[in-house]
Design a protein around this ligand. Sequence first.
Ligand code: ZN
Length: 262
Amino acid sequence: MEIILIFIAVIIGLIIGSFLNVCIHRIPKGLSIIRPRRSLCPKCSNTLNFYDNIPVVSFIVLRGKCRNCKNPISARYPITELITAFITALMFFKWSSNPFWLIAVLLSSYIFIIIAIIDFETLMIADIFSYAIGFIGLSFSFFNPYFSGEPLQKLAQSAIGALVGAALIWLLAFIGKKIYKKEAVGEGDIFLMAAIGAMLGIEGIISSLIMASLFGSVYGITLMILKKAKRFDHIPFGPFLSLSAIINMYSLVKLNTFFFYI
Ligand SMILES: [Zn+2]
């Protein structure tokens, strides 16, 4: 039974991942995500046949090239679909006993994926996505397994998480500006931190910030070693914050995990 559920979750995840690709491609260009309904090749504008638009499978069958113009298709398409399927299956597996929280973590994971990839590709975070996650965090706070007490107390823990998230990154931006004399944190990161705080509360938002900083540092140092970036090049923070938030929604990495090793 369990295997069948996971299989269904993977299929649903692949299909949703395919839709997330449409959002990731069209939203930064200001295009409608509903029309045209069928996907186009971004190079030759040829409308894709349904059999050339099957998540992951079509990419492999077509060997990563458009059937019409033979231009390469971005590997981002199958990667997004696989990541979405993987996260959907994991969350189903972990949270099927708490269906309302499962809905909240799935919806916000999908928005985090859009935020992460758009920020990675364009260095922009559209605040509307952060508002949406913040709204999900507050309205599903009653089912949040990381909060405790009466319903109103849970709502308060969500709201306080949002405020602490915004305050933390604002403080970091303020200190960064004093030290480096330039903007170190984007405005979009402030709303994103508030959104994560609303989903995860105080411990979750601090944990996410520490994890994101670790991931970001590893990424930055790797780029410098590979000579792909200089010390003060702008590295997007949104992807690492999003990844950390998804990990924490799956299972909270408690703060003493980080301090245990010090
Ligand atoms: Zn084409």
